[in-house]
Design a protein around this ligand. Structure first.
Ligand SMILES: [Mg+2]
Length: 131
């Protein structure tokens, strides 16, 4: 059995952050949460060795998810980390922009806990692909 994998959840909406963390814990993941891009970059720099996946909101005040994504994917040290855009489905142009910047996958909000866990497990197992 592999150890628990750690997921960093970045979202400026506290309700989404809390709910997502709750579901991920139910799915036996370790979680780190953070509510803005600047803190996200600091945490990623510190803990990139232990973070398997980042669930990244795009629209946040201050440093946006796009900017965080660019920092990660432009860094040789960090670009192995799987970045999953956490975004509202109707904003498909954001998903396209995120893909161009190197995002690995996306999960749309609103989400069901069951579906979120299923998608994250599939992403971590490499059985899903970004289309
Ligand atoms: Mg947001």
């Amino acid at each position: 059995m592999p150890g628990k994998e750690t997921i960093l959840v970045v979202d400026d909406e506290p309700d989404i952050l809390n709910l997502t963390e709750k579901f991920l814990k139910l799915g036996h993941f370790n979680t780190i949460t953070c509510s803005n891009g600047k803190d996200a970059v600091r945490i990623i720099e510190e803990k990139h060795g232990e973070i398997s996946l980042i669930l990244l909101d795009l629209m946040m005040p201050g440093m946006s998810g796009f900017e965080v994504l660019q920092v990660i994917k432009n860094s040789e040290k960090l670009n192995h980390i799987i970045v999953v855009l956490f975004t509202v489905k109707s904003f498909s142009e954001d998903i396209q922009k995120g893909k161009k910047l190197g995002a690995d996958y996306y999960i749309t909000k609103p989400f069901s806990g069951k579906e979120l866990l299923k998608q994250i497990q599939e992403i971590l197992q490499g059985v899903t692909s970004l289309n």
